[in-house]
Design a protein around this ligand. Structure first.
Ligand code: HEM
Length: 268
């Protein structure tokens, strides 16, 4: 078969045939490409989160930390991609949205199963939102699996338990609100790790910092998404017929790994 080694590896012929526009709008290409690039990043981050979870289940804290650090650095790349939409005005977005509706039917990014899978793997689980992808049986099954499985954070706590740390079974946070799931014994555990200064806790200390870096990456993603939406949609109705920004606002407060954040408040 002809071709180049470059193309054989990167599949550029396939990659560059994937941008099928729904309007003649010359700005649509940047929206489409940014969405596709972000989808690739969702999958890449999930890949490294899964790698971290595998290492944690095998008691390899050092390797898990390396995988989480990769995931955190991918968030920096993902978040930079929002800049490509900084030119967009509400009229540009409306034209694309109308094009999507007339060609493909009613569309929302809530139908992004890769993003939902990523959130589930981080422990931010909401069963109702999985329903958005029920029409894709294979992907829906994968989402159900991610919903049922321990999150990467629960895997870290299980590893600490196997090492002899006195920790209760961490229950999965209730749907949609990690804060409600705050476990005081887990807060005490992480506080000890952060404050002990003991060399034997060094790998858990580094692991905890990597979890924080991942959570910050996600928080920044959500903030930039919110800002982009404020600029290009404002408070106009979105998918649910209610204000798009109002739907997104509460998501800014849903932080993964809640006990790690609670250690920052400390005790009086
Ligand atoms: C002009 C740009 C954008 C606007 C105005 C916008 C608007 C919105 C709105 C209003 C929602 C809330 C749900 C809904 O009503 O549909 C949402 C959710 C979402 N959007 Fe966007 N969006 C934009 C760009 C993007 C891009 C480029 C991506 C990348 C694939 C994306 C991914 C998502 C995801 C994953 C959600 C679910 C959020 C969550 O569950 O926390 N959006 N978007």
């Amino acid at each position: 078969m002809g071709g180049t080694a470059y193309n054989e590896y990167l599949k550029t012929d396939v990659l560059h045939a994937l941008q099928v526009q729904v309007t003649e709008d010359e700005g649509e290409r940047s929206f489409l490409v940014v969405c596709q690039v972000q989808e690739l990043y969702f999958a890449l981050i999930t890949h490294d989160i899964d790698a971290a979870a595998g290492h944690l289940r095998a008691n390899r804290a050092f390797d898990a930390t390396a995988a989480l650090r990769r995931a955190a650095s991918h968030f920096a790349g993902l978040n930079a991609s929002w800049t490509s939409l900084s030119w967009m005005l509400p009229a540009d977005f409306q034209a694309i949205k109308q094009g999507m509706t007339s060609v493909h039917g009613r569309s929302s990014s809530l139908q992004s199963w890769k993003y939902r899978q990523l959130l589930f793997r981080l422990g931010l689980k909401d069963a109702d939102l999985a329903e958005e992808v029920r029409g894709m049986p294979e992907q829906y099954a994968e989402l159900q699996e991610a919903y049922q499985a321990p999150s990467v954070y629960e895997d870290a706590l299980a590893m600490a338990r196997r090492r002899g740390h006195d920790l209760p079974e961490k229950k999965a946070a209730p749907d949609g609100n990690a804060e409600d799931g705050l476990d005081p014994a887990v807060v005490t555990f992480w506080t000890t790790i952060f404050l002990s200064g003991k060399p034997e806790h060094a790998d858990l200390f580094n692991l905890a910092h990597s979890f924080i870096a991942v959570a910050e990456g996600l928080a920044e993603y959500r903030n930039l998404h919110y800002l982009t939406t404020s600029r290009t949609l404002g408070a106009r109705p979105a998918y649910f017929g209610t204000s798009g920004t109002a739907w997104l606002l509460p998501t800014l407060q849903q932080m993964p790994f809640p006990e790690l954040w609670a250690t920052r408040t400390g005790e009086e």
